[in-house]
Design a protein. Structure first.
Lengths: 202, 178
């Protein structure tokens, strides 16, 4: 007599009403050997669940708290510095606005691809704003993936700002590459929200 | 897990969102053992598991504002921990080739002295198989969820589980002649 394989025994424990799984369940009920195997499987799982909890070799809370506090401080400093820089920049910007606007328009006009990417970027940002309002549940994996992408986005934004200091040719190349990267990251972020953080190839 | 401590942890959620260090410590104390146990069952070394423990709570403190409270706090934290542990597994590029040769002489059921205990048998599985067994059988994740977390297929998760149970059965001396 043919007994169930371990794959088939495991399948009988899963929810599902497929006819072949139903047949395996019926077999397991009528076959002493397979029922015994299933019982041993259940006992093994019960023993796994009953294994004692494990403890780290030392108390790690101190280092986690230090790191969390340090990151919080850095964020606050970044905010304060950002505010200060924004104030300074606003003065500079008023002076440079006209010049910069002309330079920016020239850069965008000179490269339709850049204009297209900036437009896509705006559309994706609008889509993301919509997700934030609607989202109900955020699972842990989504949080981890989202944080990684947002960190990368912040880096790209900093590099776009820094590219303003480059000469015209270098700036044009750098800005196009960075905006392309920015659109890719925003696209990945939208995918994360749509798919619930299944694998996203960003 | 201690239900009282778990209830406490849920209660400190608003303070956690405000970044209160005392609330962060309460969360850590409530979930240190289950998070570390999960990490240790998946990771190869205690050092890796301790890193995962730290990364999990650091991430939790940073992202607690995104937790809407629709599911349980432990469910959310557990997914962060599992994600970090699996990420580390991939980063370390441990391969099934690293596992010990399991093609050993089957142990006789009555030879209790030679029979491996469950902890040792679990430790002997490959990282991938052990992760699937732990996530499925102990933590209660479905094959679909495991496949998504491991970036593999549902069939992969199912076959890893079957393979792991076949090995555990042999190593624990539970094989019974048909």
């Amino acid at each position: 007599m043919t007994h169930l394989t371990i794959e088939q025994l495991l399948a009988t424990r899963e929810p599902g009403l497929e006819p072949h799984v139903h047949a395996w369940r019926e077999h397991a009920e009528s076959c002493d050997y397979c029922r015994g195997e299933l019982d041993r499987l259940d006992q093994r799982v019960a023993r796994l669940k009953a294994l004692p909890g494990l403890q780290p070799s030392r108390d790690l809370f101190g280092s986690i708290r230090t790191k969390a506090a340090s990151e919080r401080r850095s964020r606050q400093i970044r905010r304060i510095v950002g505010a200060g820089l924004a104030l300074a920049a606003s003065v500079t910007l008023v002076v440079a606005a006209f010049k910069s606007q002309r330079s920016h328009r020239r850069l965008v006009a000179a490269d339709p691809e850049l204009a297209e990417m900036m437009s896509q970027s705006k559309q994706l940002e609008r889509a993301l704003a919509g997700f934030d309002q609607d989202r109900q549940v955020v699972d842990g994996r989504t949080v981890a993936v989202t944080s990684t992408i947002e960190d990368k986005l912040a880096r790209v934004d900093r590099e776009i700002e820094a590219a303003e200091l480059l000469d015209r040719t270098a700036r044009q190349q750098a800005v196009i590459r960075l905006w392309r990267e920015r659109v890719g990251l925003l696209d990945a972020l939208v995918d994360v929200h749509l798919t619930g953080a299944r694998y996203v190839g960003f | 897990m201690d239900a009282y401590r778990l209830a406490d942890a849920e209660a400190v959620l608003p303070r956690l969102r405000a970044g209160d260090p005392a609330a962060q410590e309460a969360l850590y104390r409530a979930f240190e053992t289950p998070v570390y146990s999960l990490a240790r069952r998946i990771c190869r070394t205690t050092e890796d598991a301790e890193d995962v423990l730290q990364e999990t709570f650091f991430e939790a403190f940073r992202s607690i504002g995104q937790f809407r409270g629709d599911g349980s706090l432990w469910g959310w934290l557990r997914t962060v921990a599992a994600s970090k542990a699996l990420m580390r597994l991939r980063r370390n590029k441990y391969r099934d080739a690293d596992e010990l040769d399991d093609d050993i002489v089957p142990l006789r059921r009555d030879d209790a002295a030679l029979r491996m205990d469950l902890e040792a048998a679990l430790e002997r599985l490959s990282e991938t198989s052990r992760a699937v067994v732990w996530l499925h059988d102990v933590e209660g994740y479905t094959h679909e969820e495991i496949a998504a977390m491991m970036e593999r297929t549902v069939s992969f998760s199912k076959s890893q589980l079957a393979r792991a149970h076949a090995r555990l059965r042999r190593w624990l001396g539970e094989e019974v002649p048909a």
